[in-house]
Design a protein around this ligand. Sequence first.
Ligand code: B12
Ligand code: SF4
Ligand code: SF4
Length: 392
Amino acid sequence: MSAGPSSDGPAGDLPPPREDDLPLSREEDLTALREQALEVGTASGLDAIGVAGAHPFDDVRTEIERRRDEGLHGGMQFTFRNPARSTDPSRILAGARSLVVGARRTPAARLAEVGAGRMRIAAYARHDHYADLRAALQAVAERLRSAGWSAIVVADDNALVDRAAAVRAGVGWWGRNANVLVPGRGSWFVLGSVVTDAPLTPSTPVDDGCGTCRQCLDGCPTGAIGDNGVIDARRCLAWLVQAPGAIPREFREALGGRLYGCDECQEVCPVGRPERVAEGRVDHGADVEASAVLDATDDELLDRFGRWYIADRDPRYLRRNALVALGNTGSPEDPGVERRMRRALADPDPLIRSHAVWAAGRLGRIDLLAGVDDSAPEVAEELAVLAGRVGS
Ligand code: B12
Ligand code: SF4
Ligand code: SF4
């Protein structure tokens, strides 16, 4: 079958065929191809799949630029670096006509709070779900290519606004927590697309399912969610654990035992909750000992967690997070906690020392600071804040 303009790349100099110009047999081919592509996606492990037109997401671009101008991005790059590019699929594939958008579930059994000295990894980061998602999308892309069309997979790589694509493709609706919710199942999904020059018929968007619910706005530990799913990244724990520099003092207690990611605005969401309770499984990838992070070498940390977004790919930021988590969840009398605190207070990196000072205060182990006289500005400031608190 020859349904497309070329077998190995963008449409080249030829303009892509217009759907309404196509002979009937070509339309039939496209209808069958669409169904096959969706079937391949489902068979390859996508939990939800839909088709959208590939015209630019102009409203999203405007919204990203507005948030950036107002500082709500908190210095994030991602899609904020070049909104014009991230919102125009034709920058990925010249002549793009359609997006086949897939969602892959990130299983997330409901779990008890972390135990003493332990830290939680958010559901999407416990396993390389993006690898599974991309593999399934590649299978879809292969099917399209085998029919002569061009197809490129994008997932979480800032080339495309993945949520907006999913909403346009009828995979889910915009939740008030900013996530895309799949009807009946909630937001525990990662999202990606196949950008293709095949002119496929779009799916029907799904209706809003939040209704009058506002549980995520009330449940966010830092009040980071505004109206219309607007996240203030400067307050969002999911960003603060990734961001470079110090974790702002005002949010450290709220960080609790989190090492990476924050699931709170999904935990409180009622959509899909019955499915999660019924799972009843222990999630072995969910928690990690703070000691395992604080005792590991740089290479060990990157081996284990290197697929995460870590600022500058510098493992010091994982140790920083671990110290805050240890301060929040550690047992003050545990000799292992004391040993690690002493080592962190003597670390050559002032970022580590300053967070260790905070953790010592949080644990009520001011005694560990006896004799600490640190002139590095961030450590001296932390000591002064603590002295003020202890003295008042
Ligand atoms: C930057 C980013 C972040 C940032 C900022 C998130 C944000 N909300 O902007 C940080 C680091 C905080 C983050 C956190 C998380 N992220 Co993130 N993130 C991204 C990234 C790279 C870009 C998102 C983006 O462009 N945001 C820009 C803003 C403008 O878009 P938006 O938030 O979707 O805003 C829209 C709504 O407000 C909507 N809207 C307009 N009008 C209205 C009206 C109403 C009533 C409503 C409700 C909405 C609405 O329109 C806006 C623009 O179209 C994408 C990957 C990608 N390439 O797309 C992943 C992505 C969005 N993240 C994802 C995930 C899994 C998460 C976390 C759940 C991870 C975790 N557990 O820690 C949290 C969730 C936090 C949250 N509540 O948003 C998934 C989304 C999964 C899903 N089901 O929605 C994505 C798509 C990654 C992927 N490929 O799977 N993320
Ligand atoms: S990820 Fe956490 S901090 Fe960010 S909006 Fe959701 S609940 Fe709030
Ligand atoms: S908690 Fe309620 S308002 Fe928030 S996303 Fe879920 S259903 Fe929507």
